[in-house]
Write a protein that binds this ligand. Structure first.
Ligand SMILES: NC(=O)c1ccc[n+]([C@@H]2O[C@H](COP(=O)([O-])OP(=O)(O)OC[C@H]3O[C@@H](n4cnc5c(N)ncnc54)[C@H](OP(=O)(O)O)[C@@H]3O)[C@@H](O)[C@H]2O)c1
Length: 307
């Protein structure tokens, strides 16, 4: 099978190679899928750089949708030929950006959810849910989602609104109208953001989630709440420690609950939830996908088409 992976650590564009490899064999409790689509994430390039370093080579591609092709020992409740989606393990010699991939955790892909939309869900849903849940967002609160134009922020906005919260979202133009359509008040990020947010809110907001790429926004977010402990960042961990903001990610707060991916996949199949897809790329065009992702202007999920 073809697979995108690296044999040494370094910048993604320097170390990634598209090459042939043996398909992985599912171990006990695992399934193997013929991958149809693989979502890409900033975390893929961080893995190339040495995040969670371990044995080499290693694959990239942390979220897949595909058709079940083989079952490991003890697997029940799913059959060869079923369409599924899920997060792909990232410590093996191949991962999701491959003809075939192993999954430890998977969810049925209902009719109504196509392979590309499904591959966009796992990372954004899990991260956004963890962020909103760890912050403790409830109905009757006003919540700022900073970076609501990211895939994580767009998902977090929907999850907070579903909980009954009022959401003020900061975003660029790409998804501003779509965010308004799902019920958020939207303003631009950048200079003057804290003033615009508190004006829209009619005072301080109750909680703020930072879902933006690191952009030195934490001081402005802190200015929109009563105490730094009412802010949680998913990206700027170094500044969080300095300014007393909470964070969720490696070494931070929050519990990973993969099952929420299945819950939101059902809603997505019913047209009640989505993670926006910016572009799809054939696997051969992986370099263009990496470059666009690293530009910080992906404007939605980038998805590799495989198979
Ligand atoms: N902690 C965790 O466990 C975890 C897990 C996954 C991801 N993350 C992090 O979460 C962040 C979002 O991930 P993602 O994959 O959803 O990102 P993404 O979609 O690739 O983010 C790109 C988008 O960010 C927006 N943006 C660019 N500069 C911005 C700024 N200065 N302020 C606000 N928004 C800006 C742009 O949208 P506009 O069109 O709105 O400008 C752009 O399209 C990343 O930093 C990622 O590393 C953390």
């Amino acid at each position: 099978m073809r697979t995108l992976r690296f044999h040494e650590y370094g910048a993604a564009l320097d170390v990634l190679r598209l090459e042939d490899a043996e398909p992985p064999t599912p171990g006990p409790g695992q399934i193997r899928v013929n991958v149809e689509a693989c979502g890409l994430n900033p975390a893929d390039w961080a893995l190339c750089d040495g995040l969670f370093a371990g044995g080499l080579p290693r694959g990239v591609g942390l979220e897949v949708s595909g058709i079940v092709d083989a079952l490991g020992d003890g697997v029940t409740g799913v059959a060869v030929g079923d369409p599924v989606l899920g997060p792909a393990p990232f410590t093996g010699p191949t991962a999701g950006a491959s003809g075939q991939a192993l999954l430890d955790v998977w969810f049925a892909r209902a009719q109504g959810l196509d392979a590309v939309q499904a591959a966009a869900l796992p990372m954004a849903v899990e991260t956004a849910y963890r962020g909103i849940d760890t912050l403790g967002v409830r109905g009757n609160q006003t919540v700022l989602v900073h970076g609501a134009g990211t895939t994580v922020g767009y998902a977090a906005t929907q999850i907070a609104i579903e909980r009954g919260a009022r959401v003020i979202a900061t975003a660029g133009e790409t998804y501003a109208d779509a965010l308004r359509a799902i019920g958020a008040d939207v303003t631009a990020y950048g200079d003057g953001m804290a003033e615009r947010v508190t004006e829209l809110a009619g005072g301080l907001v109750d909680l703020a989630l930072d879902a933006a790429p690191p952009s030195n926004a934490l001081p402005a977010l802190v200015a929109t709440v009563e105490t730094p402990k009412h802010v949680l960042t998913l990206s700027d961990f170094a500044t969080a420690r300095e300014v007393g903001v909470r964070f969720s990610g490696p070494g931070g707060e929050g519990v990973i609950r993969p099952e929420v991916i299945g819950e939101y996949a059902k809603l997505a199949a019913e047209g009640r939830f989505s993670v926006p897809v910016a572009r799809t790329f054939p696997l051969d065009d992986w370099r263009a996908a990496v470059e666009l992702s690293q530009s910080g202007r992906a404007r939605g999920k980038l998805v590799l088409l495989i198979g």
